[in-house]
Design a protein. Structure first.
Length: 366
């Protein structure tokens, strides 16, 4: 097992639990990586879990990460593709059992930390794989899925995504799915959802809901960010809000680490310090050659637009990450910036992972 050098870093004197509410385990520099190959759809078979991936994940201090698996977009059969992707990830975890472990309960998060392994949370970023059969929630539950995001940017059978201009809210099937997710104690993730979809879901859910990766629209008025009303409602019902390290945190698309801190601070002031965390939407291992990546970026953006899944704020010259808050030191740097902001260690501990773990306790263990 790769050693975790937390004690060697000044900012990790407290040995924080770090839970990324939406992230990636991958070496994006590997030839088959989606980021390197310019693929529109990422699957478990496009992921490279190599020695560098594991070493840098450990060195970053990461305790657990909610990964995206299964169907998000594309022309494959959503259900069959998702079942296959779950099987691929099960193999990845089995082959790397000394370093990685599947998370099914809140207790698993704490056990992973004690064992020095990285917890992997199975999550969807689109519920299309459910088709029109609500009982598939039960199937995915049995297979270890713990987070189901209702929509991606576009509309689906459950409701409208953030880029659907009609903003129609939940469908009857979407309401049925939420009730089934509640019955099975799975997280209802409202990232990427339209405003009405988010508000309606938060109101009808019997259990707290989450927005695992977002920004604050009061600071940057883009559809992928959430309004104060959405954020406040989710928090008021015991939910969780994760702030991403994404370009949508600044209207120019060139978000910086300081913007991440501003959005975290706004969310904390609005939602309270017990309901805010991080969902970076990116890997720990950084892309090494940004010039080469920039050459592929325009093609990737064009393909997303053609597929109808892009969001306002994406652009040919817009990296899908925060340039000065990436790589193995990203969490160390965030801690330093929050300390500069005057955040005490107890609040930082909550934001880095404790709040997500507590939210998981409320949902998965209820």
């Amino acid at each position: 097992m790769t050693a975790n050098p937390l004690a060697d870093n000044d900012h990790f004197e407290r040995d924080y639990m770090i839970v990324n509410a939406l992230g990636v385990l991958d070496n994006p520099n590997a030839p088959r990586s989606s980021a390197t190959a310019g693929q529109l759809v990422q699957t478990g078979e496009d992921i490279t879990i190599d020695a560098r991936t594991l070493a840098e994940a450990h060195a970053s201090g990461l305790t657990a990460v909610n990964i995206t698996l299964g169907y998000v977009m594309g022309d494959m059969d959503p259900y069959e593709h998702t079942l296959h992707d779950i099987a691929v990830w099960d193999t990845i975890l089995r082959d790397n059992a000394a370093d990685l472990v599947k998370v099914r309960t809140a207790a698993d998060l704490h056990q992973a930390r004690r064992d020095g392994r990285i917890g992997v949370i199975y999550g969807f970023q689109n519920a299309v794989a459910l088709g029109d059969d609500v009982t598939r929630v039960d199937t995915f539950d049995r297979l270890g899925v713990r987070v189901i995001q209702l929509t991606y940017n576009q509309a689906n059978a459950l409701g409208d995504g953030s880029m659907e201009p009609r903003n129609r809210g939940l469908t009857p099937f979407g309401r049925e799915v939420i009730q089934r997710l509640n019955d099975r104690h799975l997280m209802v993730d409202l990232s990427h959802s339209g405003e009405r979809t988010c508000l309606e879901a938060a109101r009808i859910s019997r259990q707290p809901v989450s927005i695992n990766h977002t920004g604050c629209r009061a600071l940057t008025d883009l559809p992928r960010n959430k309004t104060d009303e959405e954020l406040r409602l989710v928090a008021s019902r015991g939910g969780f809000v994760g702030i991403y390290f994404m370009p949508f945190l600044d209207s120019s698309g060139h978000a910086r680490a300081a913007d991440v801190v501003e959005h975290i601070d706004h969310a904390v002031n609005l939602c309270g310090e017990d309901h805010v965390g991080i969902g970076t939407d990116g890997p720990v291992t950084a892309i090494d050659d940004l010039d080469a990546y920039r050459a592929d970026l325009a093609e990737q953006v064009a393909r997303r637009r053609e597929a109808g899944v892009s969001a306002t704020g994406e652009g040919d010259d817009v990296y899908p990450f925060v340039v000065d808050l990436r790589g193995v030191d990203q969490f160390h740097e965030l801690i330093r910036l929050l300390e500069q902001r005057g955040y005490r260690s107890e609040r930082i501990e909550k934001i880095l992972g404790k709040n997500f773990a507590d939210y998981a306790e409320r949902v998965w263990s209820s």
